[in-house]
Write a new protein. Structure first.
Length: 583
């Protein structure tokens, strides 16, 4: 083997790892909605959790990514430790899909049909199609498909390049002796664990082992312990990811490690006993691409069959290693670990945004009650809700920006825009709730009372604000464009109410029925109420725009309010009658 073979091997390895990464990213984006659906099926059922882990890992081709997601879910309190155990078990089997795909590279070329099945025969076509999709298609989904095809072609080309580069090793006695050493099970496990820990991908390390098997120097007796060690090495990613997380997340990482270590110890002991007593001839036979894929799947299936009934034991081990006690970790609503799967990170962002919206609306309603009842008893709670809303906006704004910097689908991009626009408006609604509270406090402190007519008018516009907040919250929480379309006609009615209430105040001032000092507070109240309704309108338009994949708010408003829109006209009439000042 010359220096040029070594350089070719390095180049092939780089292409292999790069192709695997690109293909995984493309699969993840292409299956974004499917991942959300799979996540929604997580329950306390071990079987459903297992199937979820298997399905997600089979899609994104990485058990490391799945376990990092599990740690992130646990840290964000999306799932419990018991749910995490089933997902981790499923991920270990799901990751074996990659080895089966790579085993296509070992197909013999004895006849034309078999040649056509060999990846080197069809990957150039896939690469051509993928390039065409990427260069000429405007559809995000087609571009993702192109990325998957190009990633797969690059991966298989890198695999073939590695196999060609190591072919010369078959004639080197030292290389054969090296793999004879790996027949020592403990040494084989250590090598597999270290290699996988370095590249942090069991799928990639299995692929490298398959490429080396093309030399004929890798026997099953050496390959099987290495495969066992690879399962332990892949735990490094989850363990690193658990640093700085809460106790549940740390326990999830410990479960992943315990599962693979216990499985390896048990089955390695049985393997060593069988090897020593029966000395099966197959252990001395040269491993093939397909044989390694079978061994990889068989080991993971056996580990799951052994430990699934004993999942309570894994849970106890996790609690022993990470005991109960005061959890000083900061509350984390959104975990950066979820960013490895932007679709899931975005789903969690939406859930946090809904919590923010509920708190903003709750605070505003409490402020409305404070103004109309002339009481400031809930002042502390209103200010706490406003502070929480500010925090949510900071956290969500930063997190959504990170998501937008990832390669995401057109649908997800629209969702990011919807959330970014909405959280700003909900934060401003919360600010207006504090402004209303301050007006209520000023009225109480200065012993100012509005006239009976003014109080009645204030109740009418407050009721209108309460309804527009209810509709807006429903439209945003359920991403419902039909509910969102009902916001604008009510907002127009509130604008009219504000003008009428301002004019009525001036008339009372002229008649001497209202003081100038009360008039200043009245004006502040109307301003805050009207601006809150404007923010409701902005949120509704963001919902409608996101559904249309058109973020032109001015154009959306023009279409909603056009004279040719009978729905708007009818709704405006209904709200005008409902909130008329003279009834």
């Amino acid at each position: 083997m010359t220096i040029f073979d070594v350089l070719t091997l390095i180049g092939g390895l780089c292409l292999f790892l790069f192709g695997m990464n690109v293909m995984g990213d493309g699969l993840e984006r292409r299956a974004g909605n499917s991942l959300k659906s799979l996540l929604g099926k997580l329950t306390n059922s071990k079987i459903k959790g297992f199937l979820t882990g298997l399905g997600v890992t089979a899609v994104i081709q990485s058990s490391s990514a799945t376990t990092v997601m599990v740690v992130g879910f646990a840290n964000s309190k999306i799932i419990t430790l018991r749910q995490a155990i089933g997902v981790i078990m499923g991920a270990n089997i799901g990751t074996t899909v990659t080895a089966w795909i790579l085993s296509l590279g070992g197909i013999s070329e004895d006849n034309l049909f078999m040649k056509l099945l060999k990846p080197t025969s069809f990957t150039p076509i896939l690469a051509l199609i993928g390039t065409a999709f990427l260069m000429f298609s405007k559809s995000g989904k087609k571009k993702d498909t192109g990325t998957i095809l190009l990633g797969f072609a690059t991966l298989m080309f890198g695999m073939d390049t590695m196999a060609g580069a190591v072919a010369g090793l078959a004639d080197i006695p030292a290389f054969r002796e090296l793999f004879l050493m790996f027949k020592n099970p403990i040494l084989g496990v250590l090598v597999g664990a270290i290699l996988t820990g370095i590249i942090q991908s069991s799928s990639a390390s299995v692929g490298i082992l398959q490429a080396l098997s093309s030399t004929g120097a890798v026997s099953y007796g050496a390959a099987i312990p290495i495969i066992m060690g690879q399962n332990i090495g892949t735990c490094v990613t989850a363990l690193l990811s658990s640093l700085g997380t809460n106790k549940v997340a740390k326990r999830a990482a410990v479960v992943h490690l315990s599962f693979n270590v216990i499985g390896t110890v048990v089955w390695l002991s049985i393997f060593s006993a069988v090897s020593a007593i029966f000395k099966p001839a197959i252990l001395d036979a040269s491993a093939s691409y397909l044989g390694i894929a079978v061994a990889h799947s068989a080991f993971n299936i056996l580990c799951t069959a052994l430990l699934m009934p004993l999942s309570f034991l894994l849970e106890r081990i996790a609690y022993l290693i990470v005991p109960e006690g005061k959890d000083t970790d900061k509350k984390v609503e959104l975990d950066d670990r979820l960013l490895v799967t932007p679709a899931i990170a975005l789903q969690q962002s939406g859930q946090v945004a809904v919590r923010m919206a509920n708190e903003a609306v709750e605070g505003f309603r409490l402020s409305l009650d404070a103004v109309t009842a002339g009481s400031d008893e809930r002042a502390e709670e209103i200010r706490r809700l406003e502070s929480d809303t500010d925090h949510y906006e900071d956290v969500l704004g930063t997190y959504l920006t990170k998501i937008s910097q990832s390669q995401i689908t057109e649908d997800d991009s629209s969702e990011v825009s919807r959330l970014l626009k909405a959280i700003g408006d909900f934060e401003r609604i919360s600010d207006h709730s504090v402004n209303l509270l301050e007006s209520a406090e000023e009225l109480k402190e200065k012993r100012i009372e509005f006239s009976g007519e003014a109080r009645r008018e204030l109740r009418v516009i407050s009721d209108a604000l309460s309804e527009i907040l209810t509709i807006t919250l429903r439209a945003f929480s359920e991403n419902d464009p039909e509910a969102a379309a009902d916001v604008e006609p009510l907002e127009q009615v509130i604008d009219g109410l504000r003008s009428s209430l301002r004019d009525n105040h001036i008339a009372r001032l002229k008649r001497g029925e209202c003081t100038v000092e009360a008039g200043f507070i009245w004006a502040d109240l109307l301003t805050n109420l009207e601006r809150a309704s404007d923010h409701c309108s902005n949120i509704a338009v963001a919902v409608i725009d996101a559904c249309r994949h058109d973020m032109n708010a001015h154009e959306s408003l023009r279409k909603i309010k056009t004279d040719e829109n009978p729905s708007f006209i009818e709704k405006y009439r209904q709200y005008s009658e409902k909130y008329a000042l003279t009834r």
